[in-house]
Design a protein around this ligand. Structure first.
Ligand code: ADP
Ligand code: MG
Ligand code: MG
Length: 882
């Protein structure tokens, strides 16, 4: 079998098509080599080797070694250098690269092939001892960390101490002799820790690094990242071995990262950062603050340092040409890594760049306008989950801001929360229900868990492409990076900003759009839904066939839903209307009533409130349909608890406290979620259904007078048998007839049901004889199908997910086979009886992109979700249809 794919000198075995085999990095290196771009030659060991490695007790296919040697020889021949040579030594990097980009999650080793002899040879050859030993010490540190598991603090300690003694501030002050000395001390430390020498044999180094990279596929942080991003373990990583180019050979050398368009705003401006006389990880690690690539960027507040456009205009021009070429080739915004070695440009990586939701929209719309992609492609490129970022509040420009510091606007949006100084604390505090802002000098991949739960992230070091910035943008978490004037002392848990001290737990606000850091919490405002957002959502509606409605009961929710483009209300939970203090007394009075008379009296007091609610809702919906669900939850959710509340109810009902207490005890249920709830309430207390139906129809008549046509869909909850449905539908029709007669007005309405019990799915054909519409209540259906209590599942679901016993939380993403199977059956049976049956889904799944796709496939009429998720559902529905 072929395990190894070469690239370099204008040709390659692989291409961008072979991403599954070569990983994103390897595939794109091959593609760039074929395009004739300046890529240092090398080869990629395929992901199949990774699979083999794990399937065979961490061992390799027998012919891998010979194939790799062959490829290494080809590189040596191309460059006229030798791996391990003491004349012209070849150094390589060993790089990880999975099919999906997992920035910083796996390991990479640079400058491999160095030992005392090859380092001396490199120094002689380049006539630059400082460079040779700087590379050597970097290699020892990286290799020890990644392959030998000697932690990096060992080396940082040695270097810090050395610089202290020499009274140096920056690494740039270190001389050749200094680095030589450091190399000695590093090697001694490795021997101290491991009890054996640092490996000098380049071959041993190479295979050690290759194994470590394959091994890093299963490290803790890579596992976490995969879980958060739904990347399957089976994919594996590829390993690329590539000849080194050097950005650390002097002041005409540098290393950097650039984007073909701005990843934060989406503006069609070349954007990037670089560090002079530096290597690889330096930019990302935030060791020094980088320089801007373009003049425009520097003038736009990019700092004091000159841009590459000014210092190396020739190289800059070349980079600009590559930007054009790669963006044109991939037809998408590119994130590129480059190194300049003595004024010569090398490209080390390209990929479709991660971007903020705002940038994603702008870039997709711009590319359509530029004629590069079509609308379908634009729609497919927006991650529905990412849209969420745009639908949430930003800082109110008129609110007071107590600005205490400033950094780079690394990931937009506003966030307030309590300061924590470590990722672990962020996780703990957030588990305890607190909102936190993670404050650090810099972040590293181990911090991923804490970054995920934080409202916002603040770092004092690093640029726009630092780890914190990249990860935060990917997660849609607001982030301010490189806030250099702010001092963070993580050990003592203090942050010093503008002469003020902030402790753990103090509240701050970040504006990831401007880079401001503020003391306290700052007011926010609603997002802007026009411009690119409006345009793309317009395209979305051209393609989708699935309707999108919202779950809403308050006028505010209903208005938000309409603003976000909902085509109706799919679920209005009437019980939410009863929690108002003015009403709850009468609600309780009704629940605790001893007999139908008393109940009717209490209900009569609720009627005007309900009518008002529905009138308001119908006005906002202005002709759009609204599904109104009759009272559903277990009544004990409304029961009074305190003595005072009990007394209020007793007064309102005109009964004694003692009598009320007895009645309350009677209502106690062992398992209320499976108890007296849903349509069972109105089967036993038909007055409830009568009152609610009357309120609905009287509201219809009321708005009709103002020329508004209301289309109510009266929904009976938790039906399990046709008999229940018949019983309730009869009441609703009777009341409708009565209201028509009383008012002398005609109106349309429908009576349907929520399908949320397995039995209802089984007999959906029978139920559809009476029900004019179905709404699959997938929250309860999940609960009753799995037998998982929604309120208690938290205690074990997390472990199920971690151990792979469930692919996803079934309360978030629909369980296609089980719960989904019942939905499919219910839908098919319902249609058999009533071919034009209107079918929707309500519940959390209505706003989950994966579940929306399922609903499209099953042929439902619409999904209904919370108002803020309406745009997400619209986009997901369009993607399902394309
Ligand atoms: P990651 O996936 O974490 O970005 P990479 O494999 O891209 O890891 O390596 C990180 C950095 O190391 C690159 O951005 C590049 O600057 C540097 N690097 C990798 N290979 C080479 C090489 N052959 N020559 C010079 N620098 C390299
Ligand atoms: Mg990289
Ligand atoms: Mg339900």
């Amino acid at each position: 079998a072929k395990w190894v794919y070469n690239f370099g000198a204008g040709k390659a075995d692989g291409s961008a098509q072979l991403r599954e085999l070569l990983g994103g990095k390897g595939a794109n290196l091959a593609e760039m080599a074929s395009l004739g771009l300046p890529v240092p030659p090398g080869f990629t060991i395929s992901t199949e080797v990774c699979t083999h490695y794990y399937a065979n007790g961490r061992s390799y296919p027998t012919d891998l070694e010979s194939q790799a040697e062959e490829s290494l020889k080809a590189v040596e021949a191309q460059l006229g250098r030798g791996f391990g040579s003491t004349e012209k030594p070849l150094l390589v990097s060993v790089r990880s690269g999975a099919r999906a980009s997992m920035p910083g999650m796996m390991d990479t080793v640079l400058n491999l092939g160095l030992n005392d002899d090859t380092a001396a040879a490199l120094a002689r050859e380049t006539n630059d001892e400082r460079f040779a030993y700087d590379s050597f010490r970097r290699f020892i540190q990286m290799y020890s960390d990644v392959v030998l598991e000697v932690e990096h603090y060992n080396f940082e300690e040695i270097l810090e101490e050395y610089k202290d003694i020499k009274d140096y501030n920056l690494d740039t002050e270190m001389t050749a002799d200094d680095w030589k000395q450091i190399v000695k001390e590093y090697k001694a430390r490795v021997k101290d820790v491991l009890g054996r020498d640092f490996p000098a044999d380049p071959k041993e180094q190479l295979w050690g690094a290759i194994s470590a990279v394959f091994g890093s596929w299963m490290n803790q942080r890579a596992n976490t990242y995969r879980r958060l991003h739904g990347i399957p373990e089976e994919w594996g990583t590829a390993v690329t071995v590539q000849s080194m180019v050097f950005g650390n050979m002097g002041n005409d050398c540098s290393t950097g990262v650039c984007f073909s368009r701005n990843p934060s705003t989406g503006d069609n401006h070349f954007y990037g950062e670089f560090l002079v006389n530096a290597q690889g990880e330096d930019v990302v690690a935030g060791i020094r603050t980088p320089q801007p690539l373009t003049l425009a960027e520097r003038e736009n507040g990019g700092g004091e340092l000159p841009s590459m456009e000014e210092t190396q205009p020739e190289v800059f021009k070349e980079l600009c040409a590559i930007r054009e070429k790669l963006e044109g080739h991939y037809r998408d915004m590119q994130d590129m890594e480059f190194t300049v070695q003595q004024n010569r440009l090398w490209i080390l990586q390209t990929r479709n760049g991660k971007r903020t939701a705002k940038a994603a929209l702008k870039i997709a719309c711009d590319l359509v306008r530029e004629g590069v992609i079509d609308k379908r492609e634009a729609i497919k490129r927006i991650d529905p989950a990412q849209l969420d970022q745009l639908l949430h509040p930003t800082l109110d420009p008129s609110a007071e801001r107590d600005v205490v510091g400033r950094g780079l606007p690394a990931s937009p949006g506003a966030a307030s929360g309590q300061i924590v100084f470590t990722a672990d604390e962020a996780e703990e505090w957030s588990k305890a229900g607190k909102k936190v802002v993670l404050v650090r000098n810099e972040t590293s991949p181990e911090d991923i868990g804490g970054m995920h739960v934080a409202e916002g992230i603040l770092t004092t070091r690093g640029g726009m492409t630092s780890h914190a910035a990249v990860v935060a943008r990917g997660m849609g978490t607001p982030c301010v990076s490189g806030a250099g004037e702010i001092k963070v002392d993580g050990k003592n848990k203090v942050m010093l900003a503008n002469g003020r001290e902030f402790a753990e737990g103090d509240v701050i606000t970040l504006d990831g759009t401007t880079g401001e850091v503020m003391s306290g919490e700052v007011a926010t405002i609603k997002p802007e839904l026009t411009g690119d957002f409006g345009e793309l959502m317009g395209w979305v509606d051209e393609f989708r066939t699935l309707g999108v409605r919202a779950n809403a009961e308050t006028p505010l929710d209903a208005q938000t839903a309409v603003d976000f483009g909902a085509e109706g209300i799919g679920l209005s939970r009437t019980e939410h209307m009863f929690f108002d203090p003015e009403r709850i007394v009468h609600m309780r009075e009704m629940i605790l009533a001893r007999d139908p008379e008393a109940r009717r009296a209490a209900i009569a007091k609720l009627l005007p409130y309900q009518r008002e609610d529905f009138t308001a809702l119908f006005r906002i919906m202005n002709g759009l349909p609204a599904t109104i669900r009759l009272l559903d939850p277990p009544l004990n959710e409304f029961l009074p608890h305190t003595e005072e509340e009990m007394q209020d109810v007793a007064d309102a009902a005109g009964v004694s406290l003692r009598a009320l207490e007895l009645r309350k005890a009677e209502l106690d249920e062992a398992n209320p979620m499976l108890g007296h709830r849903g349509c069972r309430l109105a089967v036993t207390y038909p007055e409830i259904c009568e009152m609610q139906a009357r309120a609905i129809f009287e509201a219809v008549v009321a708005v009709k007078k103002d020329g508004i046509k209301a289309i109510p869909e009266v929904m009976i909850p938790l039906v399990g048998t046709k008999a229940e449905m018949d019983d309730q539908a009869k009441i609703v029709h009777r009341i409708a007839d009565a209201v028509k007669k009383e008012s002398g007005e005609a109106f349309e309405y429908m009576v349907g049901t929520m399908i949320e019990l397995p039995r209802a799915c089984m007999v959906a054909d029978e139920i559809a004889e009476t029900a004019e519409f179905f709404s699959f209540g997938t929250n309860d259906l999940t609960q009753t199908t799995f037998g998982f209590s929604r309120d208690d599942a938290g205690t074990f679901i997390e472990e199920y997910l971690q151990r792979g016993l469930l692919p996803a939380d079934p309360f978030i993403t629909i369980d296609r086979d089980g719960v989904g199977g019942l939905v499919r059956m219910g839908a098919e049976k319902g249609k058999k009886t009533r071919p034009d049956l209107k079918m929707g889904i309500c519940g959390e799944h209505g706003g989950d992109p994966e579940s929306v796709r399922f609903c499209h496939e099953v042929g439902l009429t619409y999904v209904s979700c919370s108002p803020y998720r309406v745009p997400i559902a619209r986009l997901a529905a369009a993607q399902a249809a394309i």
